[in-house]
Design a protein around this ligand. Structure first.
Ligand SMILES: *[C@@H]1O[C@H](CO)[C@@H](O)[C@H](O)[C@H]1NC(C)=O
Ligand SMILES: *[C@@H]1O[C@H](CO)[C@@H](O)[C@H](O)[C@H]1NC(C)=O
Ligand SMILES: *[C@@H]1O[C@H](CO)[C@@H](O)[C@H](O)[C@H]1NC(C)=O
Ligand SMILES: *[C@@H]1O[C@H](CO)[C@@H](O)[C@H](O)[C@H]1NC(C)=O
Ligand SMILES: *[C@@H]1O[C@H](CO)[C@@H](O)[C@H](O)[C@H]1NC(C)=O
Ligand SMILES: *[C@@H]1O[C@H](CO)[C@@H](O)[C@H](O)[C@H]1NC(C)=O
Ligand SMILES: *[C@@H]1O[C@H](CO)[C@@H](O)[C@H](O)[C@H]1NC(C)=O
Ligand SMILES: *[C@@H]1O[C@H](CO)[C@@H](O)[C@H](O)[C@H]1NC(C)=O
Ligand SMILES: *[C@@H]1O[C@H](CO)[C@@H](O)[C@H](O)[C@H]1NC(C)=O
Ligand SMILES: *[C@@H]1O[C@H](CO)[C@@H](O)[C@H](O)[C@H]1NC(C)=O
Ligand SMILES: *[C@@H]1O[C@H](CO)[C@@H](O)[C@H](O)[C@H]1NC(C)=O
Length: 395
């Protein structure tokens, strides 16, 4: 009996330790100092803005460059120096025909670089509600041909909105957020971020669909240095506390194994929302295509930033498709938003939240308590049973 109690207490103590450990580990955080500069060395350049966010660590710097010269592009350059700088040769940069017109110096300090280009928005008529994005495609919207408004600075990030030049209405917007420390997005899908990553929310609002049963796809291209992002891994979780009904996260990473030094990633949850302030019914699942090599010339021509920074490139592209068969069509709300995180190192992984750990602890604790009570009951009811002759022989 005493032994049972002792082991029960031991289990409870271990559980309490576990809860404290998990909640403590989720609080430690590495911080960066952020500084934001719009169009460094130039005011209101024609053809699109260039935002530079410097995220300074102890011995390293992350340079985030976000640009609307052509297709919207985020370039992330990691250096091993706290004094690296970004140099832009504006006349060449604006001509969009010379690599090296945007440089990060000293070049020897560059640990890694990754660019994500939002190249095209595709629309198809899902007449049979099969959500098969290969049939009945309309001519794509080339995002390089959108008319982009000036960047609107919002705290530690910026908002970029653009429209089809001859469209009567509707916009496609991107909201970039860069972070000082680890945390989680304020709105669904409430993605986890670290001080080594940034978040981009992309949405289309009010764009006139070309069919009543239209669905959309977004084409992204990544350009990297030593470790091209060549595969998408789908990670499963049993915890959907932060993103209701979504139990997966997709990590677009390089195929090489080993340490995460010099790596970058793009991460998202396979969900989009049909309203800007969504209820659960407005969540719509997404799927992605296999990463495919793209033409270097096309990508460089689409993105002024890629052209300016890279001399040689191996772009890889994916399509993210919004909505599955049976889901409401785009015309139900005329709005779609999707969020991704871009960073260096390994993608952050959801650990069990303290709430879920607490629930599990309580559940396990009650189980232990039940076992103890059960043991007690057996122990108490054993004595009288011992004093009487137990069983009659069966003939
Ligand atoms: C940064 O560099 C200094 C000097 O080389 C070193 O003492 C310090 O530990 C480094 N800090 C980190 C966080 O790596
Ligand atoms: C880039 O374009 C400018 C003007 O459009 C032109 O003068 C220059 O020769 C071009 N440079 C290259 C390398 O093509
Ligand atoms: C990192 O810093 C050291 C010392 O400043 C330098 O020699 C080295 O080339 C840098 N770059 C990389 C990629 O390690
Ligand atoms: C839709 O269904 C009809 C009838 O089954 C078929 O003829 C047509 O090819 C289908 N369209 C597409 C785009 O799959
Ligand atoms: C987009 O712009 C490029 C370059 O200006 C042009 O070659 C292409 O035809 C345009 N695409 C569309 C769909 O308008
Ligand atoms: C910039 O954003 C603020 C707040 O969202 C908004 O009120 C303002 O109209 C925006 N300005 C432009 C030029 O889009
Ligand atoms: C824009 O104009 C071009 C040429 O006039 C036309 O081919 C294209 O379909 C138009 N796009 C939209 C979305 O109306
Ligand atoms: C972020 O980068 C810094 C410096 O490279 C590193 O010390 C830290 O562990 C990284 N944090 C995460 C969450 O990867
Ligand atoms: C959207 O299109 C579907 C299919 O044609 C139609 O049944 C529905 O009424 C439309 N919804 C809206 C809000 O226009
Ligand atoms: C990476 O590791 C996985 C499993 O550990 C293996 O299947 C895969 O072939 C490895 N890839 C490379 C490029 O080594
Ligand atoms: C995205 O889908 C469109 C239409 O099916 C296709 O033309 C394009 O090549 C796809 N892009 C990628 C990167 O797979």
């Amino acid at each position: 009996m005493a032994a049972l109690l002792r082991s029960g207490t031991r289990v409870l103590v271990i559980l309490v330790l576990l809860v404290t450990l998990v909640s403590a580990s989720s609080q430690s955080s590495f911080e960066r100092q952020l500084s934001v500069q719009l169009n460094p060395g130039r005011t209101s350049p024609p053809g699109g803005d260039l935002l530079h966010v410097r995220a300074l660590g102890d011995n390293d710097t992350l340079h985030y460059l976000f640009c609307s010269q052509g297709a919207p592009t985020l370039l992330l350059v990691h250096t091993n120096s706290s004094s690296s700088t970004v140099q832009v040769d504006w006349p060449l940069f604006l001509a969009r025909n010379t690599s090296g017109s945007l440089r990060v110096e000293p070049e020897s300090s560059i640990l890694s670089s990754t660019a994500v280009v939002f190249s095209r928005l595709l629309e198809y008529d899902d007449v049979n509600d099969t959500a098969d994005p290969t049939s009945d495609l309309f001519p794509p919207y080339e995002l390089q041909n959108f008319t982009w408004a000036r960047l609107n600075l919002t705290g530690d990030g910026a908002r970029l909105c653009g429209a089809v030049t001859n469209a009567s209405s509707g916009v496609l917007c991107l909201q970039l957020s860069v972070f000082e420390s680890d945390g989680r997005g304020q709105t669904w899908p409430r993605l986890l971020h670290t001080s080594n990553s940034s978040q981009l929310e992309v949405w289309i609002d009010g764009l006139l669909p070309r069919a009543t049963r239209s669905r959309f796809l977004l084409e992204l291209q990544s350009v990297g240095g030593a470790y091209p992002l060549s595969r998408v891994e789908v990670h499963r979780s049993i915890d959907d506390e932060y993103t209701p009904s979504i139990f997966k996260a997709s990590h677009w990473v390089s195929a090489a194994n080993g340490s995460s030094d010099g790596r970058s990633f793009v991460q998202w949850k396979p969900v989009a929302y049909r309203r800007s302030d969504p209820a659960l019914e407005e969540a719509t699942p997404c799927s992605h295509s296999e990463p495919r090599p793209q033409s270097a010339g096309t990508t460089a021509a689409a993105s002024g930033l890629v052209r300016a920074f890279y001399s040689a490139l191996d772009p890889v592209g994916i399509n993210v498709s919004f909505g599955l068969a049976g889901e409401p069509f785009y015309n139900s709300t005329g709005f779609l938003s999707w969020t991704l995180v871009v960073g260096v190192g390994s993608p952050p992984v959801d650990s069990f939240s303290p709430l879920v750990v607490a629930i599990m602890a309580v559940a396990l604790g009650s189980l232990v308590l039940l076992l103890l009570l059960g043991g007690l009951w057996v122990g108490l009811s054993k004595k009288p049973a011992d004093s009487t002759t137990a069983y009659e022989p069966i003939n």
